[in-house]
Design a protein around this ligand. Structure first.
Ligand SMILES: NC(=O)c1ccc[n+]([C@@H]2O[C@H](COP(=O)([O-])OP(=O)(O)OC[C@H]3O[C@@H](n4cnc5c(N)ncnc54)[C@H](O)[C@@H]3O)[C@@H](O)[C@H]2O)c1
Length: 461
């Protein structure tokens, strides 16, 4: 059930009669249709009318319209203008470039630009490694997308993906001081994407691939990793895997289970699920059952692509076939990165005692978290309105901070495991419980801890 939230926040400018009851009538009208008022300001006052700005949270664009219509229907009230605060935040984009050097006079100009800059160019031409010391490469990451799998919106193309990539860049800066820049490519051809990234790579210290659909994303990442001398990280795969593995480490601490004795069901074997399975395999769980839209993945299933073939060969020790519901029987852990509403409390009841359920499909999880709680000991989702939010922002800023600081030329699974452990360990034993297995996304200890872990793992490489 959605609740009014800041994602659908509007400011409604209304004119009302100057009566003693005007404010009460307006707030009651908003409340009657379920809007939540967060601010109420008088912006003009006249003998015959008062003008208010009413700011309120709604549940959806349609709900926002219901609120506005409710106000407009009041006697003597006129809605003058409705501002969608989310659109206002996006006017002109969310990020900008700032100069780090003062350009006050001819001297400054001669050093920052010509003629002085020529000596810097020559130094880099003579020693290309100096690019990391003398240019933005030291701290800059490209956020590269083809717009083919954007949030839950699907293939909306590169221009429509840009607001997400700008947001990502803003998060990089806020949480880890990394200068990230969106690179939205007007192609969905694997070869063209690889070539485009290869061509822009000299400017960047790392490549964050984003919202590129599976299975194309696997080949693009693997080939770029071979070609480039900077780390390439597909966040939808590895960012998710890092946070899931970190959260699971803490969940198993809470229920007192050893992962090597756990049977884990991973539902969804696309970008996120495949990476989660591969990272989990480093922890040597007793077994993993991978399940996709066609059921449990096993070696004799028809039409397995190369990704699923590899998953089938390394999971499902008993070569089981069947449905998600079959897979859940006797499982200790469910991790869902698939689709909404796939099972209910009855299926959780068939899992082992002290079951752990991570239902991460966004925005609607594989099982209603309240229903899951009837039988599971720990429940996590991707949502901010429930406890235990699995959010990639816990991982990617610190991961790239660590990679850039280490001048890393590649990224390894050991670094991803180190990042997962670092996120888990930010939650001290005295704070750890069933409703708190991951730190808050605003915990300022997370990114430095992840960066340090990645840097150390990189140096040990
Ligand atoms: N931090 C998070 O909470 C987080 C992170 C990443 C992804 N997700 C969510 O996970 C989901 C998958 O993301 P992705 O990028 O891996 O997508 P994807 O398209 O690459 O993969 C989807 C997978 O789900 C499977 N699937 C679809 N319908 C199914 C069904 N009815 N039963 C079983 N399996 C089904 C598909 O076969 C496929 O293997 C999305 O809802 C996404 O929002 C959440």
């Amino acid at each position: 059930m959605p609740v009014p939230g800041p994602g659908y926040s509007i400011t409604i400018r209304v004119e009302a009669p100057p009566s003693a009851s005007a404010a009460g009538d307006l707030t009651s009208a908003v409340g009657r249709v379920g809007g939540v008022i967060t601010a109420f300001d008088v912006v003009e006052s006249h003998a015959d009318r008062v003008v208010f700005d009413i700011t309120c949270n709604a549940m959806s664009a349609n709900h926002a319209k219901d609120i506005t219509d409710g106000l407009d229907a009041l006697p003597g009230v006129r809605v003058r203008k409705v501002s969608d605060r989310t659109f206002l935040v996006h006017l002109g984009g969310k990020i900008e470039v700032n100069s780090k050097v003062a350009l006050r006079n001819r001297d400054d100009l001669s050093r920052a630009y010509t003629p002085g800059v020529a000596r810097i160019c020559q130094a880099i031409a003579a020693n290309p490694e100096d690019a990391r010391r003398l240019t933005i490469k030291r701290n800059t990451v490209a956020v590269v997308t083809d717009g083919s799998a954007v949030l839950g919106l699907g293939n909306i193309g590169p221009a429509a993906a840009l607001p997400v990539m700008e947001g990502k860049a803003a998060l990089f800066k806020k949480f880890a001081g990394v200068d990230a820049w969106p690179v939205c490519l007007d192609t969905q051809d694997t070869e063209e994407i690889i070539r485009a990234v290869e061509l822009i790579a000299p400017v960047y210290g790392g490549i964050n691939l984003e919202d590129i659909a599976a299975p194309r994303c696997f080949e693009i990442e693997a080939r770029l990793r071979q070609k480039l001398d900077i780390p390439v990280f597909h966040d939808d795969q590895h960012g998710t895997a890092i946070v899931v593995v970190g959260a699971l480490r803490n969940a198993l601490r809470v229920v007192g289970k050893d992962i090597t004795k756990c049977k884990i069901v991973v539902c969804g074997v696309g970008a996120a699920g495949s990476a989660i399975i591969r990272l989990l395999q480093h922890q040597k769980p007793a077994d993993i059952l991978a399940v996709d839209i066609h059921g449990i993945v096993h070696p004799s299933r028809d039409n397995l692509d190369s990704n699923l073939e590899q998953i089938a060969a390394t999971t499902n020790v008993e070569h089981k076939a069947g449905t998600l519901h079959d897979a859940l029987v006797g499982a200790d852990v469910f991790i869902g990165v698939s689709a909404p509403n796939l099972f209910g409390a009855a299926q959780v009841a068939t899992m082992n005692s002290d079951a752990v359920v991570f239902a991460l499909a966004n925005p609607d999880p594989e099982i209603d978290p309240v229903e899951a709680q009837q039988h599971a000991a720990i429940v996590a989702t991707g949502r901010s309105d429930y406890p235990n939010q699995i959010n990639n922002v816990l991982a990617f800023p610190g991961v790239f901070r660590g990679l850039l600081d280490a001048h890393a030329t590649s990224i390894t699974d050991a670094m991803l495991v180190a990042a997962a452990n670092a996120i888990a360990d930010v939650v001290e034993p005295e704070r750890l419980n069933a409703s708190f297995i991951v730190p808050s996304v605003f915990d300022s200890n997370v990114a430095p801890a992840v960066a340090e872990a990645v840097k150390n793992a990189s140096r040990a490489n």
